[in-house]
Design a protein around this ligand. Structure first.
Ligand SMILES: *Cc1c(COP(=O)(O)O)cnc(C)c1O
Length: 373
């Protein structure tokens, strides 16, 4: 594959949870201006909706794709306030910051909710979810984060979906950092909505969130939303009636996403991307271990998306200096987001391969040698 990194130190290598490194082909796709009411732009929107839906096999499961302007959180907020009825109650499964953010969205939009919480290094437990649904008949909907980007942990989505379907409740999935990289088949597991964005594993530029939603659930969701711009049902109706966005669409971002999806297809779709990211993750973890850094999660829980490392003991490591040294050489990493532990994170997603990971490891090795003195 063609990656962004060509040895040119003025180009940033983004080893973060997003926005991520993109390819020159994706960035070049933004060179043209589009009229938002033109036939070719309407066709571009329709094509992208079809392509995103196909990533999870959603057509066969009577689902539709509704894109929305903004970052991923805009799609989460639109989906929850539109698809959880005003008199419903959402059970939120939390083992990190993105689960907590959904609780915050419910608080702001006035949706009754309850949180079931686990430590940030433990997966959500489907049996506990089944028990909670049995105990509280008022719960109508459940929300889960597929890959908790806070830590990099992979939650057992298929098992949770099974439990929620058996209990006859609706499921909403934050698949922001797994969509396009970790297989999800709408035909093989039941969910009412699933949300992601343009700028994570699809390797587009930031600016679009989207929801893959059950058509029947959307049809019944009129009037649920408490916001005009983040009303997913109204956004969907607009797109279905005239093929147009209700408000100014991020035209260039859509063009870039179309180009990014061409590269996604050329790489072999989800299996191809999973293979590359898994290799990135393995090379990163092995290299960091050699340098004395320990990944925080058990290997079995680690998704090939982003890795949390403990801050090493001994007092020599200061994250600010480490970050600055890497950044000065075009490598951007991320601070930790755990509540309980001092940590930092390095992502393995985006338009990067083993060569870029090894390049980053080389810079990290030199930085560590200098910091240890
Ligand atoms: C990135 C991400 C989001 C959305 O974050 P934005 O900053 O709004 O793009 C939501 N959930 C998860 C799990 C994420 O990784």
């Amino acid at each position: 594959m063609t990656t962004n990194w060509d040895g040119n130190p003025s180009e940033n290598l983004l080893l973060t949870p997003g926005p991520l490194t993109t390819t020159p082909a994706t960035r070049r796709a933004m060179q043209r201006d589009w009229g938002s009411r033109d036939c070719d732009f309407i066709e571009l929107t329709a094509r992208i909706r079809r392509r995103l839906l196909a990533v999870v096999g959603g057509e066969a499961a009577a689902m539709t794709c509704v894109p929305i302007q903004g970052s991923g959180t805009f799609a989460v907020e639109a989906a929850l306030q539109t698809l959880v009825p005003r008199d419903g109650k959402l059970l939120i499964l939390v083992n990190g910051a993105y689960g907590r953010r959904m609780a915050e969205i419910c608080r702001v939009t006035g949706r009754a909710h309850e949180v079931l919480e686990w430590p940030e290094d433990r997966p959500v437990d489907p049996a506990a979810v089944a028990a909670a649904l049995e105990a509280d008949r008022a719960v109508t909907d459940v929300a889960v984060v597929h890959v908790e980007t806070t830590s990099g942990l992979l939650n057992p989505l298929a098992e949770v979906a099974e439990v929620v379907a058996t209990a006859g409740r609706r499921l909403h999935v934050d698949a922001m950092s797994s969509f396009g990289a970790i297989g999800i088949e709408a035909g093989a597991m039941q969910f009412t909505s699933l949300f992601a964005s343009s700028n994570k594993c699809l390797e587009g530029v930031p600016g679009i969130g989207f929801v893959i939603a059950d058509v029947v659930a959307l049809t019944c969701a009129k009037g649920n939303a408490v916001s005009l711009a983040l009303d997913l049902e109204a956004q969907w109706r607009g797109l279905e009636s005239a093929g147009q966005w209700r408000f100014t669409p991020p035209t260039h971002v859509l063009a870039a996403l179309d180009a990014a999806l061409d590269q996604f297809d050329a790489e072999g779709g989800v299996p191809g991307r999973f293979t590359r990211y898994s290799r990135n993750c393995a090379v990163l973890c092995a290299g960091m271990r050699e340098l004395g850094f320990t990944p925080w999660l058990d290997d079995a829980l680690q998704a090939p998306v982003i890795v949390t490392f403990r801050i090493p003991d001994g007092g020599w490591f200061r994250f600010g200096d480490f970050y600055d040294s890497l950044h000065a050489r075009g490598i951007v990493i991320y601070p930790g987001k755990l509540t309980a532990l001092d940590s930092f994170r390095i992502g393995c997603i985006g338009a990067i391969g083993e060569a870029e990971i090894r390049r980053a490891l080389g810079v990290i090795a030199e930085t560590v040698a200098a910091m240890r003195g």
